[in-house]
Design a protein around this ligand. Sequence first.
Ligand code: SF4
Length: 102
Amino acid sequence: MNITQFKIREPHPYDQDPTWQKQGACHGQPTTLWFPKRGTSRKKIQEAKTFCNNCPIQTKCLEYALHHHDLHGIWGGHTEQERQRIRTKQNKNQTWKLRKLN
Ligand code: SF4
């Protein structure tokens, strides 16, 4: 990796007021469910995702986590790997749109 691969991220608007996280279905639940360790069963991961899929702020949470690349665990119903795949897809779409404009 060289220095040109680093991107400085702008703060996300939700950084200003993190109280939105208190509206999440995970609020008050054991955080270990959303931060699985290596080797955690799929069943346990699915348990966290089920909370997320019924969460009133799932979209907001996922948007936040997609913005902050360095977040660990499950956010917005997606694991780190799943969020990375979404970002890759978004980047490809963006590149395609830019090519189409040129
Ligand atoms: S989407 Fe999941 S991780 Fe995000 S606030 Fe809701 S329950 Fe918590």
